[in-house]
Each structure stands twice: as structure tokens, then as C-alpha cells.
Design a protein around this ligand. Structure first.
Ligand SMILES: C[S@@+](CC[C@H](N)C(=O)[O-])C[C@H]1O[C@@H](n2cnc3c(N)ncnc32)[C@H](O)[C@@H]1O
Length: 296
């Protein structure tokens, strides 16, 4: 890589390594990324611990992380984990890196879970399906943050299912509320759940085949997580058309989409006779979430 990395015999403190790692990484976020890498390798979180010396095996690991990052791999894959709401998720290149806008999507779903629970005098937990679960970010967050819920996490990708399972293992007792299965969209759900989901939620692939993406995305994240087809709206349309029979009478479909797709998808939802079709926005005020109640 043309840059001098750290010798494993070096007697060097984490403080020095932090500075040097930031210098090697370069770029706007170099200091912060260096701090995250050092924390990952050392396990230290307190400022005073930065005076301690790194062990050879830790230097070896740090070298490897730096090499991967300098080669262009996204920081989240290099660290092998990423924070999503209350979860510390394991992530690798089999899954999309969970995004901040998806944390907002989950926030809207949680509001709905709350109002659904108070709406009806419930004798059973809410049923939620997270379709295209990837790392499990959406479904596992709902299992973690909603008490009375049963969550089905599904994905077509075997790799994604393995990552969701790994993250489920870190969920503790809340993990008992989650079922995970592989298959294309609704094919992965058990037939006895037809008409029983209070919420179907998905962040499906919604980028068109021709749209250009930053290299860090297109070269590292799975294309099957990103691209939907020539229009970009193919999976969104599929989910709109096929959720109806899986939703309960007052069931809600919640979809993440790109702002430029919002109007056309609202139109499509209305044509399908969904009720109370609404758009919600992300932190930058752009339409990002479509919510629609099952047609009568
Ligand atoms: C944009 S990623 C979302 C991942 C995760 N839910 C999140 O929000 O971070 C879309 C996911 O849909 C999955 N997917 C793509 N086509 C699918 C299909 N036909 N059936 C089920 N899942 C599919 C991909 O494997 C990927 O994990």
C-alpha cells in the first residue's frame, strides 16, 4: 500500500497510534475513523487508557484494519459492526450497511406499533414482517423496542439471513420474538400468516440499474441490496401489489423509498385503493417513507 504501517515489535502507546492512524487514513473523517479503529482493536474507551502500550497482536490487527480501509472498503465492514438505534449490529459485505434514514423509518414504525397497541384492546402481540431484512436492522430493532410483538425477518439472500441470525444471537431475550426465514419476498412467510400482519415493513432495493453510485457503495455493498431493475421502483411496486393479502384488516404497509419516487408510489398506492396513504420525511426533510393502510 506504499504507506509505513506499525511494526509489531514497536513499543507504542495508543495515543501515538491514534495520531499516526489518522495521518495514514487521510480525509475529512480520518480522526474519527482512527478513533473508532483504535477503540475496536484496543477495547479502551477512557482517555487515560490511551497512555497504555499496544500489544503485538493488537498492532497486527490495527495494520489489517488500516490496510482494508485504505483499499477503499467502507469503515463499517472494516470494523465489522455498526450502531443502529439501540443495536450494535454485526455487518459484512453480505449486507447493506444500515443507514440513518432507515433508523427514521423504524421510528415511524414504532409510533404505529404504539398507536396500534392502544387502539385495540389487544389480546395478542402485534405481528410485523420485515421483508428484505439484510443485517436485521429493522426487524431486530422492532423486536428490541416493542414489548408485545412477533417479528418475521426474511431475505432472499442466504448471506443476509446468516448475518441476521448472528445479530439475533446478540439480542438476548428479545430474540425469542423473532422468526427468520429465507425466500423471495412473501414466499418466505408461512401461509398461516396470510391476512394477519399488523405491519409489513421493508427497505427494498430501490435504485435503478442505470443510476450511478459512489464507488464505495457500488464496489463494496451487494448489488442485490441496492438495485431493483430498469426503473428502480420494481420491488416497491411488487411489495405494494402483494402486501394486501398479508395485511390484517387495519394492517399498515411501511416502505422506504427515494424522494424522487415518492409521488409515483403514492399514486400507485391510491390506485390499488390503499387507505390513508401518507409520506413521511427523513432528517433532511425529504420524503423517504410511504405508509398505507390495507384497502377495504
Ligand atoms: C436495501 S437492503 C435493506 C436491508 C435492511 N433491511 C436495511 O434496511 O438495512 C434490501 C434487502 O432486500 C433483499 N432482497 C432483494 N431482493 C429480494 C427478494 N426478491 N426477496 C427478499 N429479499 C430481497 C436484499 O438481499 C437486501 O438484504
Amino acid at each position: 500500500m506504499g504507506k509505513e504501517l506499525f511494526s509489531q515489535d514497536a513499543l507504542v502507546s495508543w495515543e501515538e497510534l491514534l495520531l499516526e492512524t489518522g495521518r495514514i487514513l487521510e480525509g475529512d473523517n480520518a480522526e474519527l475513523e482512527a478513533k473508532w479503529m483504535i477503540e475496536e482493536v484496543s477495547g479502551i474507551t477512557q482517555l487515560c487508557d490511551y497512555k497504555e502500550q499496544a500489544k503485538p497482536i493488537q498492532l497486527k490487527r490495527l495494520n489489517r484494519l488500516i490496510e482494508r480501509r485504505v483499499a477503499g472498503e467502507p469503515l463499517q465492514y472494516v470494523l465489522g459492526r455498526w450502531q443502529f438505534r439501540e443495536l450494535d449490529l454485526f455487518v459484512d459485505d453480505r449486507v447493506l450497511i444500515p443507514r440513518p434514514e432507515t433508523e427514521i423509518l423504524v421510528g415511524y414504525a414504532l409510533e404505529e406499533c404504539k398507536s396500534k397497541k392502544s387502539d385495540l384492546n389487544r389480546t395478542r402481540p402485534l405481528n410485523v414482517a420485515d421483508l428484505g431484512c439484510g443485517s436485521g436492522a429493522i426487524g431486530l430493532s422492532i423486536a428490541r423496542e416493542v414489548q408485545e410483538v412477533s417479528v418475521w425477518c426474511t431475505d432472499a439472500s442466504q448471506g443476509a439471513i446468516a448475518v441476521t441470525r448472528a445479530n439475533l444471537a446478540g439480542l438476548g431475550m428479545a430474540g425469542q420474538k423473532v422468526s427468520i426465514s429465507q425466500g423471495s419476498w412473501f414466499e418466505a412467510l408461512p401461509e398461516e400468516m396470510l391476512g394477519k400482519f399488523d405491519i409489513v415493513i421493508s427497505n427494498p432495493p430501490y435504485i435503478s440499474d442505470s443510476e450511478e453510485l459512489p464507488l464505495e457503495v457500488s464496489e463494496w455493498e451487494p448489488s442485490s441490496s441496492l438495485r431493483s431493475g430498469p426503473l428502480g421502483t420494481e420491488d416497491l411496486s411488487f411489495l405494494l401489489n402483494n402486501s394486501i393479502e398479508w395485511l390484517s384488516a387495519e394492517g399498515l404497509l411501511i416502505l422506504e423509498l427515494a424522494p424522487m419516487q415518492a409521488d409515483v408510489m403514492v399514486e400507485e398506492a391510491k390506485n390499488l385503493k390503499y387507505r390513508e396513504v401518507k409520506l413521511r420525511h427523513d432528517l433532511t426533510g425529504r420524503n423517504r417513507v410511504l405508509m398505507a393502510k390495507k384497502p377495504l
